[in-house]
Design a protein around this ligand. Sequence first.
Ligand code: PEP
Ligand code: MN
Length: 366
Amino acid sequence: MKANLDVQPLSSWINTNNKPLIIAGPCSAETEEQVLETARGIAKEGYAHVLRAGVWKPRTRPGSFEGKGEEALPWLQQAKKETGLPIAIEVATPQHVELAMKYDVDILWIGARTTVNPFNVQDLADAMKGLDVPVLIKNPVNPDLALWLGAFERIAGAGITKLGAIHRGFSNAQETKYRNSPMWQIAVEFKTHFPQIPMIGDPSHMAGKRAYLSELTQRAMDLSYDGLIIESHRNPDEAWSDASQQVTPSALKELLDGIEFRKATYGSDFQSELDRLRQRLDNLDRELLEVLASRMSVVEQLGEYKRDNNVAVLQLDRWKQVHTSRADWGKSLNLYPETIEELFKLIHMESIRKQTEVMNQTSAQS
Ligand code: PEP
Ligand code: MN
């Protein structure tokens, strides 16, 4: 793997006055009016540095709105002319790249469904040879860090030096709180490989619902992300794509006003390394708790099942098996077996408490 990509700092291609880069705009460009009205709203609020809009939409199922295509590009040009905001769109094919250049698009991004496919990424890289345009690369839909890194190597290999990563989370096999699981650890790992590449959070596609935007935005800022890309629409409920995660330009202003933007810490090398490691620990602990919470919800289902089949909560054989197997698994991971045994005693006790609660709920009802 190429250790060092030739990357220019964010500040060399966009001036954000040392503040996080804010990219805002609708999921999709739908009509000229919708693009212009949304762009004017965003410009009026004054927080954004870049206007985004999807022109070709990669939809999971056919039959959804797939974007207006080339027809929408003059609308974006007009929005740029009126607001002075540079424009960013998603490109997924060499033809998209060509059209983006024809209509003076300022920043390109590669979508999550494209990053998964090295053939597509290489085709885009070939189409970008000789261009001087910033390119942002979204994480692939599946949690595969190597695919994400590989996409950067391919695009950098084409001579693109203005690069940024967009962390939009990873798709889920089961229903979870967020539309796409953030798996923050993967973005943190990304930083260890390419520390010079700015990291931009995409709380919209992580959240799926506007109610979760704020907590995810705060989390990204707590992890010192360099920017945000957030979907904003003049009339979110009527949006032709991703309606439930979009917010109006003024709601976005309110949301951003509520975020604590941490000051960049310029300590000694020691201090920043310490902070980086602590941040990783905080992150891992949160993930541990998220896993624990999923475990408790399975425990609850198990309690209900036992209750409905009239089975006692505690089966001694299972209890013993849990303790020895976890200690063994821990050992194979270089964890101290006695500690793991103690830890699982606590976890198991809590599971029994929960299941007993479930049992009693029924007896109270019957
Ligand atoms: C988008 O930004 O509208 C989009 C399609 O995102 P993603 O590639 O992350 O799904
Ligand atoms: Mn979208």
